[in-house]
Design a protein around this ligand. Sequence first.
Ligand SMILES: [Ca+2]
Ligand SMILES: [Ca+2]
Length: 266
Amino acid sequence: MPGESPPFPLSAFFLHVIITALFVLQPHQARGAPTPPEGMVYIPAGYFQMGANQGRDDEQPMHFVHTSAFFIGKYEVSNAEYMEFVETTGHEKPEYWDHPEFNAPGLPVVGVNWHDAMAYAAYKGGRLPTEAEWEKAARGNDGRLWPWGEKWAKGFFTYFANIFGDDDNFARTAPVTYYETGASPFGLLNTAGNVWEWCLDWYDRGYYRTSPEFDPQGPENPRRDRVLRGGSWINDLDGVQVVRRAHNDPAVKNDIYGFRIVIPVH
Ligand SMILES: [Ca+2]
Ligand SMILES: [Ca+2]
């Protein structure tokens, strides 16, 4: 009706805004996530669901794990980044360094073993992610099996992960910044597919049945193999689930293994 006062007076509206700012926004802002180094993502401390009850034997059981906060690479380490490391330190060049299918600057570095990956990580002030850190960053806390959610959540799979075949635009490795649509809840790219990623832990198929609740680091005593996660450009969509656990001798180099790194939060 013309001339009638608004049912919610302007002063009450501003009071509401002020109260909201004081009691809702302020605590959130005060918590203030630390600024990640360039190309990295901040993962806050907290619980997530690790493993799967209906998965493969070494993925069972689903269990709750609490990690401390950490920074992790948003992308797999690229050839360009690894090249800088090699030129600065004189570290041995990777296999496939001269292979035209794998050596473009924006592609993930391959042909690096677990020791190479650790050396690069140390050069950057970090280390490889533990399996727990990797899986948390790749799936968030809702138990999903693919970084983007349900298997077919986005219809055709060809645009959000580099798996076997070239329907997804790449017959071999894809640039580390490709497949933005397949990002994890924390914003990591290519945790599913492209290249398998070396993790810090020794591999033990029964580890989830005995692993500690807080910051599990893998078996204490050395095993034969180190863990790799996430699948690669030769796997199908089921093979790139974020719960899949591969493993190999830490000295092995091939064209489906790469890595990303973690830097601790101080
Ligand atoms: Ca492909
Ligand atoms: Ca990957």
